[in-house]
Design a protein around this ligand. Structure first.
Ligand code: B16
Ligand code: MG
Length: 216
């Protein structure tokens, strides 16, 4: 029986993909990588900041030291944080607020499981923070998805056993992480069909059989 829902943030509750893309694209151009595309950006979905940087650097031929890579990741984050200034509740994806309100009415605890270190700022700027019971994010963990750590920390903060949690995710790495945590999952977003989640939906704005899902 499900007692808590752990939502991924980017791509599930909020649309920040375009801002990540713009920030990585700016960095890529500075590094003379001219062909960083939206397709490359899709591979960064649910992937940590340093792993996302590797996806950018693989498009070029220069080799960077760890120190240089850390500076590059920080530079991209500064661009992204600047772009986040423009974020408001219009970035919240369709059906999100209605779904969370409904789940809370059913007595569900609501958690966040995101590898983004910008999670607190995003929740505050989009005003989603008012609906969230506990947050587990990049600031709480040492291992990114597909490692289950971010979801296990979320369950711990909610005071729930993994088998009583359902993860909602848009990335393959996130679904693997949910399984490794011993949690059922609902896959959403443009790739929902290929995620191998327990349940599937195009988005939270569609008819999802919540009562059945929560009883299993
Ligand atoms: P940051 P999620 C992930 O968030 C994004 O999908 C991914 O594109 C990003 O690289 C990662 O957060 C790290 O974000 O650079 O802000 O710490 O999908 O786990 O909510
Ligand atoms: Mg995501």
């Amino acid at each position: 029986m499900i007692k808590g829902i752990i939502f991924d943030l980017d791509g599930v509750l909020v649309s920040t993909d375009e801002l990540h893309y713009q920030a990585w694209k700016r960095l890529a151009q500075e590094l003379d990588i001219k062909d960083f595309t939206k397709e490359d950006n899709e591979k960064q979905r649910g992937v940590s900041r340093m792993e996302s940087l590797e996806i950018v650097l693989n498009k070029g031929d220069k080799v960077y030291s760890l120190e240089e890579k850390e500076e590059l990741a920080e530079r991209k984050n500064a661009y992204y944080v600047d772009l986040l200034e423009t974020l408001d509740n219009k970035a919240v994806l369709c059906g999100v607020v209605k779904t969370i309100r409904y789940l809370k009415q059913l007595g569900m605890l609501i958690g966040i499981g995101s590898v983004s270190k910008n999670t607190p700022a995003i929740l505050q700027k989009t005003e989603l923070d008012q609906y969230i019971d506990k947050v587990s994010c990049g600031l709480d963990i040492t291992n990114s998805k597909p490692d289950p750590e971010v979801f296990l920390v979320a369950a711990g903060k909610l005071g729930l056993e993994p088998e009583n949690c359902l993860v909602v995710e848009d990335s393959a790495a996130g679904i693997v992480a949910a399984k490794a945590a011993g949690m059922k999952s609902l896959g959403v977003g443009p790739y929902y069909k290929s995620l191998s989640a327990t349940y599937e939906a195009t988005g939270l704005d569609t008819d999802i059989p919540w009562e059945t899902i929560l009883q299993n």
